[in-house]
Ligand binder design. Structure first.
Ligand code: HAM
Length: 431
């Protein structure tokens, strides 16, 4: 079989089975469903309610929310124009969720909204292990609480999800970015420090020096990291209130018994953050498993007269899969049908076709052949389906209103009245 069409670079198909493409192991749909179910169970345990927003949004809203100078907005948007409107495939969900929260007045549903999500996002990045152009985020946002326990609660639910898969060896880094005013003062100091040294910076950092010097702190280049060792640090520019808030967040996370380190260089790549930020990392992968933080001013950026305190995290599904594969995680097998119907001859095929329908109406999972093949081929198919019971019917059985029922594990076969079939399958399945 052949086609010259291919899925677009940086995207992937989820098939019923696992496969490997471009160095990425792609898990089958049963593994996805299993992981998604488990994530949703943890969200429920923490009393989060799922929210779903459209795959595309107005470009202006995403640009305003995520930040005009961020990599996402300057380089990574899949955006287009139709008529008078600019659209973008959503690169993340925090901005869309805040838009939905304000638009639908969700504050009227209760002072604190705990919203969770799971779904595709799109960024035009260079594909690599755990990095795609269409990827999936799961995440949670707590909107309406300025309490540092909300920040700790976001940490807790994220760690509980990894914990639910038995993954524990992770690194959690926490920082505070303070208020915009504190950051402005720090940015100026950082610029003053770096400007005379800009010859030693990479092209990208030199570009950032002007627009967004904080992002230089994020550098992975060793010579830049060395250069930054003597740079002013953000912590020194934070006021009493910011420090006190951050101390409370840290002590709540500590109270939960969750290990973490504080890292004043953790700046994050999205512009809506103020105060707490955190990231989760693993040895299995370059790049973060999850990114998070507080974004109290986003509502105001979206035109709300008052700020709305909010904090949340988002994590990459594909990156969770990398960590799970690395840990040798064994996913449950795809569930098999209860029974496979093997029919020999036209009459029997028609019988099987109708029988499947009546068994299914009684909650029995049924599979049968749709190609009119030989008995041997049908038995091979039955075997592959892993159905524990196989019903074999030919013209003779139709005349005597009986069927052959084969127990695949034991290899035994008996002829039973057709009328007893449903009861026998149910009795077997309930064992
Ligand atoms: P982010 O750090 O841009 O934050 O993305 C969160 C996570 O999404 C990353 O840690 C990573 O696991 C995954 N991710 C991002 N880009 C890709 C990609 N190209 N391929 C695969 N996975 C990727 C946010 O999106 C914020 N909305 C997080 C947040 C929620 N802050 C507050 N609330």
């Amino acid at each position: 079989m052949q086609t010259s069409f291919r899925n677009i670079k940086g995207t992937f198909d989820v098939l019923p089975q696992d496969y490997t493409a471009a160095g990425n192991q792609t898990h089958g749909s049963a593994a996805w469903l299993f992981v998604e179910r488990r994530i949703r169970e943890v969200f429920e345990r923490f009393d989060f309610r799922e929210i779903r927003t459209p795959m595309f949004e107005p470009t202006e809203m995403i640009a305003r929310g995520v930040g005009e100078t961020s990599d996402i907005v300057t380089k990574e948007m899949f955006a287009w124009t139709k008529g008078d409107t600019n659209y973008v495939l959503r690169p993340e969900l925090t901005a869309p969720i805040m838009r939905a929260y304000l638009q639908h007045r969700l504050d009227q549903q209760g002072p604190v909204q705990r919203l969770s999500y799971l779904g595709p996002c799109f960024r035009a990045e260079r594909p690599a292990r755990g990095r795609f152009r269409q990827f999936h985020q799961f995440g949670a946002e707590i909107i309406g609480s300025a309490d540092p326990r909300a920040d700790a609660e976001v940490v807790a639910v994220l760690m509980a999800i990894y914990g639910a898969f038995g993954i524990e060896n992770l690194r959690l880094r926490i920082n505070t970015l303070g208020t915009p005013e504190e950051r402005t003062a720090y940015k100026a100091a950082l610029r003053t420090f770096l400007t005379p040294r800009q010859e030693a910076l990479s092209d990208i950092s030199r570009e950032r020096l002007d627009k967004n010097p904080l992002r230089i702190l994020d550098t992975k280049l060793e010579y830049e990291q060395a250069l930054l060792e003597n740079a002013p640090i953000l912590t020194d520019f934070l006021g009493q209130e910011t420090r006190a808030f951050f101390d409370r967040v840290c002590s709540y996370v500590h109270d939960l018994g969750i290990p973490f380190v504080t890292d004043p260089k953790l700046v994050r790549g999205l512009d809506y953050y103020a105060h707490t930020t955190f990231e989760l990392e693993s040895d299995a992968l370059n790049g973060a498993l999850a990114g998070a933080g507080r974004y109290d001013l986003l509502a105001k950026d979206f035109g709300n007269p008052n700020p709305v305190p909010a904090v949340g995290f988002a994590a990459g599904m594909e990156r969770l899969f990398v960590v799970l594969s690395d840990a040798g995680y064994v996913f449950p097998e795809v569930s098999a049908p209860d029974v496979f119907l093997v029919a020999i001859g036209n009459e029997a095929e028609n019988w099987a076709f109708r029988k499947a329908q009546s068994l299914r109406k009684n909650d029995i999972r049924v599979a049968f052949d749709l190609k009119g093949r030989s008995m041997k081929a049908q038995m091979r198919e039955a075997d592959r389906s892993r159905a524990p019971l196989v019903v074999i019917v030919g013209d003779q059985e139709l005349v005597s209103e009986s069927v052959n029922l084969k127990n695949m594990a034991e290899g035994t076969q008996e002829t039973i009245p057709e009328l007893d079939l449903m009861h026998r399958i149910k009795r077997f399945s309930s064992k």
